[in-house]
Design a binder for this molecule. Structure first.
Ligand SMILES: Nc1ncnc2c1ncn2[C@@H]1O[C@H](COP(=O)(O)OP(=O)(O)OP(=O)(O)O)[C@@H](O)[C@H]1O
Ligand SMILES: [Mg+2]
Length: 369
């Protein structure tokens, strides 16, 4: 399971109970430490932060509630499961309001305990993941609001437009052109709103799976050939794929999205055509990484812009949102522990290297479950 080796602190003054819990949790590969009173619990939490605390409410030296509060002050992400004796449920519910994830009543069943722990650790991982969005707290709140406010009128406009289209004389060139413009602009706004939402929360429909990167790339190239039907004809595509790459453990949809953004930029950089090369390799100096290289000989990037590419909304395009590479950075660096390197020279072309780690057990990359 993903939580293999996680640290659990058991706080209880009953030696027999502790022994029972410790043996069970160690058999499930958790690292267990013990505190027989509240003071020790707080000290142990501060010196070696556990992932989860099993906290008995009745301790000899202080109220369980105070212990809970102090533990949360050390690190608010520590998961706490409250253990109560018979009839302590009301207090336990109160504790959940104060930050405990779950409560269990003695006597405790092994399986109930295990599933409660797993659940609490999952919630904790999700909370840590959410915390990553703190860097963009205002955008996180603003985009869903914006999406809502824009999408509703857009739906109404599309509906009304469809009626106008049906009732109009489309032989009137000017009228049909105007309808086309409205329709395209509505689509553009819809896509913009979607990209804003993807930015605050990249698509997460499909979770971690063993993925062959060469396959993802061929899916991406297929999508691109539909997106750039005309330009594709003027772009020579060279592929140099290592057929023996190991599978990587990634979120398929997210990686597809990230690579698509990169290839889309490359195609947009070659409006007059050119050559686009994709290469996949085991990274030479680190066999634990695969490396995907995208090379275009398009318009290139001005030196002064190189440092800004991953900033949300940085764009040099009339119709760009400037979110493409910001999303790539979030997916590859933040969510998959990978890296992106960009080299470019104006009027010569751009090379983008993506490194993704292989062989990471599930759950090791924080935020990826
Ligand atoms: N292959 C490339 N060649 C030239 N310029 C590039 C390339 N890739 C990225 N850029 C530059 O980086 C900027 C930011 O790219 P990004 O994908 O984040 O946004 P965008 O392409 O402008 O908009 P969107 O992706 O939302 O359509 C681009 O506007 C462009 O100036
Ligand atoms: Mg882009």
């Amino acid at each position: 399971m993903g939580s293999l080796g996680e640290k659990i602190l058991v706080v209880d003054d009953n030696a027999e109970f502790i022994d029972f819990i410790r043996r069970f949790l160690e058999s499930k590969d958790f690292q267990v430490s013990i505190a027989l009173n509240g003071k020790t619990a707080i000290e142990k939490t501060s010196s070696d932060i556990p992932a989860l605390v099993l906290l008995d409410l009745k301790l000899p030296d202080m109220p369980g509630e105070d212990v809970l509060k102090s533990i949360k002050e050390v690190d608010k992400d520590i998961a706490i499961i409250v253990i109560t004796g018979f009839g302590g449920e009301q207090v336990a519910v109160d504790m959940m309001r104060k930050g405990a994830t779950d409560f269990l009543s003695k006597p405790i069943d092994h399986q109930v305990l295990l599933s409660s722990i797993k659940n609490a650790l999952e919630i904790r991982d999700a909370q840590i993941e959410d915390g990553r969005f703190d860097r963009y707290p205002s955008l996180e709140k603003f985009f869903p609001f914006l999406a809502h406010e824009i999408r509703n009128p857009l739906h109404a406009i599309s509906g009304a437009l469809a009626i106008i289209q049906r009732r109009s004389d489309l032989k009137d060139e000017l009228l049909s052109q105007s309808i086309k413009i409205i329709s395209e602009e509505v689509n553009h706004l819809n896509e913009f709103v979607q990209e804003c939402l993807n930015f605050v929360r990249p698509p997460n429909m499909v979770r971690i799976a063993a993925v062959e990167i060469n396959e993802v790339i061929s899916v991406v190239m297929n999508i691109i050939s539909h997106m750039f039907e005309v330009e594709s004809k003027k772009i020579r595509i060279v592929t140099d794929m290592n057929p023996n790459l190991p599978k990587i453990y990634v979120n398929y949809e997210e990686i597809k999205q990230a690579l698509l953004n990169i290839v889309k930029n490359a195609f947009e950089a070659m409006p007059e055509g050119g050559q686009f090369t994709i290469r996949t390799r085991h990274k030479s100096d680190s066999p634990k990484c695969i490396e995907i290289t995208f090379i275009d000989n398009g318009i290139g990037i001005k030196k002064e812009n190189l440092g800004k590419l991953s900033n949300p909304f940085f764009t040099t395009k009339l119709r760009g949102t400037g979110l493409g590479l910001a999303i790539c950075h979030r997916i590859i660096n933040e969510r998959h522990g990978g890296r992106i390197y960009i080299e470019s020279e104006e009027n010569k072309g751009t090379t983008i290297k993506v490194e993704l780690p292989i062989g990471r057990p599930l759950g090791e990359i924080s935020g990826v479950k």
